[in-house]
Design a protein around this ligand. Structure first.
Ligand code: HEC
Length: 165
């Protein structure tokens, strides 16, 4: 009898433990779905797609999500040289979440990258952006390399007017 009670108790404990694990897993996936939704929202409204996704601005955002943030070969040319919005899908896949938060705080990119927007984001928002971009997976090729001011880029580019004297 005592053995049967003990066996019953063990069964009950195992069942409760499994149920608890199930709940935690469900809560975890709801939490991560919310974080991914937040990341997707931030990427859309903070303008990351405008530059880092080819044709996004011109088409009013009509670019499939699978192609988002793969960088652009359209250069931005000004007194700083010519810069290209990097491939963020490859970039995020090459660094850890902790590295990303540290980079976002410290980076001082050339124009027109709004590095100050990254600097001023909360850790929570930076992490949401990271997780969303990671969830899309790596895709595409690296953007063309930076071209110094005295060289004419081989790609199409947007010319910024020189600063007034
Ligand atoms: C107005 C265009 C523009 C917007 C908007 C923009 N970027 Fe950029 N981004 C660039 C360009 C151009 C570069 C390359 C800068 C350089 O070569 O110094 C860049 C570089 C970067 C880099 C590399 C940082 C470095 O210098 O090592 C990261 C990371 C990045 N962008 C993330 C983002 C995220 C996240 C967003 C949205 C919050 C965003 N960018 C919005 C144009 C833009």
């Amino acid at each position: 009898m005592a053995r049967r009670i003990a066996a019953l108790i063990v069964t009950v404990v195992v069942v409760i433990a499994a149920a608890a694990r199930g709940d935690t897993a469900a809560a975890g996936s709801t939490a991560s779905a919310a974080v991914l939704a937040r990341g997707r929202y931030l990427v859309r409204i903070a303008g990351c797609n405008d530059c880092h996704t080819a044709r996004y601005a011109e088409t009013g955002g009509a670019v499939p999500e699978a192609e988002w943030l793969t960088g652009d070969g359209l250069g931005w040319r000004g007194p700083w040289g010519t810069t290209y919005p990097i491939n963020l899908r490859l970039y995020m896949n090459a660094i850890s979440e902790e590295q990303w938060v540290a980079v976002a705080r410290a980076v001082r990119s050339r124009p027109p990258m709004p590095w100050f927007a990254l600097r001023d984001m909360t850790d929570e928002d930076l992490r949401a952006i990271y997780r969303f971009i990671r969830s899309l997976g790596p895709r595409g090729e690296p953007a063309p390399a930076y071209v110094p001011p005295d060289r004419v880029p081989a790609t199409p580019y947007v010319q910024f007017p020189p600063p007034k004297p």
